[in-house]
Design a protein around this ligand. Structure first.
Ligand code: DUC
Ligand code: ZN
Ligand code: ZN
Ligand code: ZN
Length: 497
């Protein structure tokens, strides 16, 4: 056989166009795109008839938290690499980038990386890479960044402007950005003003306003706008080093990012389904139910949702990620219910671990929404992240001879099942989904990882194994378009010095 697998009668959607092609797959790669119906059974070991359905590149989710220690409150992650990546493929996602966390007392980034490799290796259903979460920008940590890029295939870091375990001061952020500029690392920034939200939390607590809904009051939009603006300012001081503002939730930050982009600055932005589908009213559910939607930044109002949709449409956001950061609900020690204490029997929002599950629901929710052209859907959920994080064109594309055969075959219009999201149908190890009861118009029917069918919704479900996923070494961001700018000495210039 010329091919190991052929997908026939599909309509291929890439970030560029929508067109009917048969796809010939060999040795785990896209080998050939051919006119629809032209590749037949005779020249392939296996054939999948897409029956006219859309076929997209596998999803790329570059914001996933798995098996991290308690960093975002008292709880700890309800998903392991095994369960989180199983959930990913069942939702059409074939590559994730997770975090290798360095805590404040650990000076080495390479050690954080090694520890995370041990957790993921042999335990991943999908391909994976790592960002280093920098909690302690020590001399040693900064000096290791070159090694990460040159030898380890790790080309991005994440830093925080909030969370006691992770928050960096502005001078620390500048030191990190300077080193990132010199080593061509992309810096992801969690932009919320931690000092302000801690102060507001104390104020709310002093008035005994501690129910889950006050999580939202403790983090008003202006505090995200301010931190986003500050992050952009800090980047501009370091010769406009490229940064990515993660999980943008509100119009103020979105507008500030858009202005910086218009100004030619390499400011990239991410948003997540929770800012498209949830609102602050979901935090005000009866009892402690609102804790299920506690994440940071919090879901906002309807007008903010619309602004975020607009930002996706107009290109302000390069990536749509899940920020999968799961905690069980019914767990008094490690989950959302750690916030119930003798003093606060109805729960105390300060103690609710921040984060929600979403790696499996990301693609179906957005594909089904009808609010984005399909090419834009592929751009923000696969191609854009692959380019931004140095995975392209191996990931995020259907380029013959070049791209891995990572694909999602959706259901054809005529055979769409009625799907109501319920936690029982998901493959994570978390005991709830914030999207319970929501109807979606489509779901990945097949997920293909490097030519292997790892998910067949109608026949066997998860067919992949936790040994199939491979670590992917990444190159420098393809969107960091000013990497080449150096001064006469070949050094990067720091503006104003
Ligand atoms: N926000 C969350 O909701 N969870 C993980 C970390 C974060 O920033
Ligand atoms: Zn050939
Ligand atoms: Zn974050
Ligand atoms: Zn996160």
């Amino acid at each position: 056989h010329e091919f190991d697998l052929v997908i026939t009668n599909g309509v291929c959607v890439t970030a560029g166009d929508v067109a009917p092609y048969d796809i010939g797959i060999k040795d785990g790669r896209i080998h050939l795109l051919a006119p629809s119906g032209s590749l037949n059974r005779a020249n392939s070991a296996r054939i999948i008839d897409a029956e006219g359905a859309y076929v997209t590149p596998g999803g790329v989710d570059c914001h996933v938290h798995l098996e991290e220690p308690a960093l975002f409150g008292r709880g700890s992650s309800s998903d392991t690499y095994e369960t989180g990546t199983r959930s990913a493929i069942a939702g059409g996602c074939t590559t994730i980038v997770t975090f290798a966390p360095q805590n404040k007392v650990e000076p080495s980034l390479l050690k954080a990386l090694a520890n995370t490799h041990i957790k993921a290796r042999g335990n991943s259903y999908c391909d994976y890479g790592f960002h280093i979460m920098v909690g302690n920008p020590s001399e040693q940590a900064l000096s290791e960044m070159k090694t990460l890029v040159e030898n380890e295939g790790v080309t991005s870091i994440k830093i925080y402007m909030t969370y006691t375990a992770l928050q960096l001061r502005d001078d620390q952020i500048l030191s990190v950005l300077l080193k990132a500029r010199q080593t061509r690392m992309l810096t992801m920034i969690h932009a919320e003003n931690g000092d302000v939200l801690n102060w507001l939390t104390d104020q709310l607590e002093s008035q005994n306003l501690v129910a889950p809904k006050f999580h939202s009051s403790s983090r008003p939009p202006i505090l995200e706008t301010e931190a986003t603006n500050r992050a952009i300012a800090l980047s501009s001081l370091i010769s406009n080093t490229p940064i990515l503002i993660v999980h943008v939730s509100e119009p103020g930050a979105t507008l500030r990012i858009r202005q910086a982009q218009t100004n030619g600055q390499p400011i990239f932005a991410e948003t997540c389904p929770q800012y498209l589908f949830l609102t602050r009213d979901d935090l005000d559910a009866p009892g402690l139910e609102g804790a299920k939607c506690v994440c940071s930044p919090p879901p906002r109002d309807k007008a903010s949702q619309d602004a975020i949709w607009t930002g996706l449409s107009n290109g302000t956001f390069t990536v749509l990620s899940s920020d999968h950061c799961p905690f069980n609900y019914e767990d008094a020690e490690r989950g959302k219910k750690t916030c119930i204490t003798v003093a606060h029997p109805a729960g105390r929002f300060r103690e609710i671990p921040n984060g929600i599950p979403g790696v499996e629901t990301r693609l179906p929710l957005v594909f089904s929404s009808g609010r984005l052209p399909l090419t834009k859907f592929v751009e923000v959920s696969s191609t854009g992240p692959a380019k931004l994080y140095g995975l392209y064109p191996r990931k995020g594309a259907l380029l013959p001879g070049v791209s891995d055969a990572d694909l999602v075959v959706w259901y054809p219009e005529a055979r769409r099942p009625d799907i109501v999201v319920s936690n029982a149908m998901l493959h994570h190890a978390t005991d709830y989904t914030p999207y319970e009861g929501r109807e979606v118009a489509n779901w990945p029917r097949y997920t293909v990882l490097r030519g292997k069918v790892v998910w067949d919704r109608d026949d066997g479900g998860v067919l992949g194994q936790k040994t199939f996923g491979q670590f992917v070494k990444r190159g420098p961001s393809l969107l960091g378009r000013i990497w080449e700018t150096v001064d006469e000495q070949g050094e990067f210039d720091v503006a104003g010095l």
